[in-house]
Design a protein around this ligand. Structure first.
Ligand code: PSU
Ligand code: MN
Length: 324
């Protein structure tokens, strides 16, 4: 497979550290799954955040892949945090939320920063990681047609040659507009065992998707087609929350409507918008939303790990073929 990874050797070690286990797996063509850290620092309440982050790593390992949680630690991109670093991110106050635009300043200033979907993708590419799991992506916010609030996640999904696995997006966003934007950018959006876009706590947004995949092997074949053909870029795999953990759609919609109204009253905008809305929705829905969030994250990381393993197996088959 013509799957050249960008050599990390070209990045000075004071800017990038790849955990030895992750580097070994990548060098050996084995499955690695990147995990983001904004969900730890800004997306989930304490103490669930650290527990869930460690459980996600365990779930990746249980499927035979190597987890690589990504963040900026003291001015250095780290691909594969250790448990102490995950606890530090989860329990420190004032951790920066780093999208792509924030990475270089965070590195230069030597700070600790949690990476968003966009930030994590940008960093994962430096190490050659091809699979990434998260909960919900950022997207076009309600009112985006007027306020231009479209997450940099959508640009990075186009740019990074990575399969991102998520549970769709919360309807704190304008989901139809988010899908339009991804279509314009040419990002394949794939339903995993579904024909419609999942909406995070809710299995079905009612919005049809152009493509679906039913197995990890299906996804691996699409990833190979995307990258080995030279088409390039990323792919978004959307997995519905497991049915037993899904929340009532009307209850979620009411909570989100109240959160969006509160953001307007309080004049929240820019990078603060998503963390504000997430915290309000969590308050409004109580512990139920945290349990649902945990369940969908664990489901997504397991799916991502199975897809990464299937893709690694394709690579081994190709090597065996060409060696014959
Ligand atoms: N949506 C969620 N949970 C999250 C996020 C979004 O349901 O934790 C986080 C992700 O890290 C995502 C980021 O990349 O918020 C998007 O922020 P912004 O809209 O400012 O780009
Ligand atoms: Mn924004």
């Amino acid at each position: 497979m013509s799957d050249a990874t960008i050599p990390t050797a070209s990045v000075p070690p004071d800017l990038l550290r790849v955990a030895p286990e992750v580097a070994d797996a990548l060098a050996g063509g084995r499955a690695v799954v990147a995990l983001e850290s904004t969900v730890i620092a800004h997306g989930l309440p304490r103490p669930a955040n650290v527990e869930v982050a460690l459980a996600m790593e365990g779930a990746v390992r249980a499927e035979g892949a190597v987890p690589a949680t990504v963040a900026v630690i003291d001015g250095r991109i780290v691909i594969g945090l250790d448990a102490g670093e995950i606890e530090r991110l989860g329990n420190s106050d004032g951790v920066l939320k780093a999208s792509r635009r924030d990475l270089a300043p965070a590195l230069a200033r030597g700070v600790v920063a949690a990476t968003t979907v966009a930030g994590t993708l940008a960093c994962a590419v430096l190490a050659g990681v091809r699979f990434f799991a998260t909960g919900g992506i950022g997207g076009a916010h309600r009112g985006a047609a007027h306020n231009f609030d479209v997450s940099a996640d959508l640009q990075e999904l186009r740019r990074a040659p990575v399969v991102t696995v998520c549970a769709g997006a919360k309807s704190i966003l304008d989901l139809p507009l988010t899908l339009e934007y991804l279509e314009t950018q040419g990002v394949p959006v794939i339903g995993y065992g579904t024909d419609t876009l999942p909406a995070f706590y809710v299995r079905d947004s009612g919005l049809p998707l152009a493509h679906r995949a039913d197995t990890a092997e299906d996804v691996a074949a699409m990833a190979r087609a995307l990258w080995s053909s030279g088409l390039g870029g990323g792919m978004l795999l959307t997995c519905p929350i497991p049915a037993e953990h899904a929340l009532d759609a009307a209850m979620v919609e009411q909570a989100i409507a109240r959160a969006v109204a509160a953001a307007e009253v309080e004049g929240i905008h820019g990078a603060a918008t998503t963390p504000f809305l997430l915290a309000r929705v969590a308050e409004e829905t109580g512990g139920e939303s945290v349990a649902a969030n945990r369940a969908l994250l664990l489901n997504n990381v397991a799916v991502a790990a199975r897809c990464a393993c299937a893709y690694a197996a394709l690579g081994r088959a190709e090597v065996a073929r060409t060696a014959r």
